[in-house]
Design a protein around this ligand. Sequence first.
Ligand SMILES: Nc1ncnc2c1ncn2[C@@H]1O[C@H](COP(=O)(O)OP(=O)(O)OP(=O)(O)O)[C@@H](O)[C@H]1O
Length: 365
Amino acid sequence: MLDVSLRHKFAGFTLDAHFTAPAGVTVLFGRSGSGKTTIVNAVAGLLMPQTGRIAAGDWVLLDTDRTIRLKPHKRRIGYVFQEARLFPHLTVRQNLAYGAWFAPKSAPRESMSRVVEMLGIGPLLDRRPGALSGGERQRVAIGRALLSAPRLILADEPLAALDEARKAEILPYFERLRDEVSVPILYVSHSASEVARLATTVVALDAGRVVAQGPAHAVLGDPSILPTGARDAGAVLTARVARHHDDGLTELDAGGLPLFLPRVRAAPEAQLRIRIAAHDVILSRTRPEGLSALNILPGTIQDIRAGDGPGTIVALDTAAGRVLARITQRSAAAMALEVGATVFAVVKTVSVASGDIGGGAKRQS
Ligand SMILES: Nc1ncnc2c1ncn2[C@@H]1O[C@H](COP(=O)(O)OP(=O)(O)OP(=O)(O)O)[C@@H](O)[C@H]1O
């Protein structure tokens, strides 16, 4: 468990952030300038906040009241940056061993063989970084961080420099880390898809303050938060793979409701997390018929939030979970939508991007 409490003033910007990161992935999520990097720098020890306390369990990194200020290299943090920053003259095996070299000898740590297996880097061990793809390099960097016996892993936009294919390659490894490693992971992102797939906990930031923190489905499903704006709005559902159909569709069971997606590579019974973008959802007052869309989720409206423009976000609770819909204020008025009303959310099967479907997530309540 990581506890962070920070206050720091720059000219024109005040950071006043307090949050707790339990096991799993805690994503610092907010638009540019909201304070993510300032927090990361304070946790890393590169910025000395005017007041603050940072502790990973009983390991105190900073406590300005008690004048505890550990130097960056003493903080026992495993870093994963945008670029892998491996030593080019060392093999993958030697780069991994370098991480372990700095771990205190008595510290509990992951074994090299487990880390190699978890990240699928066995075949790469004798290569040098120059002979690896960007995604492979990043997996090695994650391994190096894990082998340093960290109290905390700090991942600062680790996918930002990768193209979509490479992101898709790395995300499952972060999912495994989240589900199989007990070290808390503090992960910075401004990508709603990444947050939806990875976050155990979301810390939403705005102008230096934490505006919400909690499980991903609760924070992303709250239309009053929207850390990166209404365009990015989208709720997260958890569902189980029911069966694969011959016509290329996968049928999920989402709280008893069937949800059809283009073929998902996951075994029957696997638990998935699915982000449904709010702009891909259509609302209807009556159950639609004669429609090409396969997914129709009945629900009850919980909240209606008009934006600055012509749009409005409608939040509804369905048996599958919270769904957000972004529609025009004109439509909301024409349909006389109100809290408590029953509506049907229509989600096109092909609109759910493969990057928005993640594996292994246990729903936190
Ligand atoms: N050393 C500094 N001196 C003065 N102001 C600073 C300093 N560092 C950051 N700031 C200001 O603090 C605010 C938060 O910046 P920060 O880099 O933490 O945001 P961010 O959420 O990480 O943004 P991005 O996603 O663009 O990296 C910004 O307004 C920035 O200009």
